[in-house]
Design a protein around this ligand. Structure first.
Ligand code: AP5
Length: 215
């Protein structure tokens, strides 16, 4: 199964992607994660991407298209994948269609997680990530057992640079302008599943699975 997870920053794409990986045994491909690793490792890609990410802007299309092109060739993607954070523009979506056509494949479903902007601001400002294993938490909605410490590996938790309130505002504007039009783009192809993103993580996950298994 080839899936795209669409939704505003903080909608829960990463959270749901990890749960879908477990259930369907297909890899999660997150352009945000790939870019953050490159920034941390100070690679050429990371140095270029950092300035865009820190102000909540999109990294140029060709950079992320090349990342996905390489990733889709790697072992494990033959039987499907979950794209989390890609595509984010019409140019990226068109490039993805062309990439998949080369291997006679296509996207099965686009899961559009709908959450209002007020809620996503609460989610993003409270998000914390483990410095060791990368596990995500929320200080109110999904707190670690011990404040500031990862349940799994015991390392400390940090806040993403782009989860500061002033950057969040810009990310949401960018989403509205450049990414939201993709809902119509894929709706016209008849493959969008709209999911209400309010409720517990498990409730939302069950809703996604039900919708995927309905067809
Ligand atoms: P990226 O990492 O993709 O960020 P994003 O799309 O802004 O999404 P987030 O990771 O912020 O949120 P999410 O929807 O995954 O939510 P999560 O599950 O973590 O991209 C970052 C940057 O990289 C971009 O701004 C851009 O610069 C660049 N980039 C990436 N891809 C690009 C591309 N294709 N083109 C160009 N540039 C690109 O949940 C959020 C919080 O809410 C967590 O704390 C979680 O615990 C909590 N939560 C989740 N579900 C619930 C729930 N049901 N109830 C309560 N809390 C919940």
């Amino acid at each position: 199964m080839r899936l795209i997870l669409l939704g505003p920053p903080g909608a829960g794409k990463g959270t749901q992607a990890k749960m879908l990986v477990e259930k369907y045994n297909i890899p999660q491909i997150s352009t945000g994660d790939v870019l953050r690793i490159a920034v941390r490792e100070k690679t050429v890609l990371g140095i270029e991407a950092k300035s865009y990410m820190n102000r909540g802007a999109l990294v140029p299309d060709q950079i992320v298209i090349d990342i996905i092109k390489e990733r889709l060739k790697s072992p494990g993607c033959e039987n499907g994948f979950i794209l989390d954070g890609f595509p984010r523009t019409v140019a990226q979506a068109d490039a993805l269609t062309r990439m998949l056509e080369m291997i006679k494949a296509s996207i099965d479903y686009v899961i559009s997680i709908e959450v209002d902007f007020h809620e996503v601001v609460k989610r993003l400002t409270g998000r914390r990530i483990c410095r060791g294993c990368g596990k995500g938490y929320h200080i109110n909605f999904d707190p670690p057992k011990q404040e500031g410490i990862c349940n799994d590996c015991g390392k400390d938790l940090f806040q993403r640079d782009d989860d500061k309130e002033e950057t969040i505002k810009n990310r949401l504007e960018v989403y509205k302008r450049q990414t939201e039009p993709l809902i119509k783009y894929y709706n016209d192809k008849g493959i969008v599943k709209k999911i209400k993103g309010l409720g517990s993580m498990e409730e939302i996950f069950n809703d996604i699975c039900q919708q995927l298994e309905r067809d």
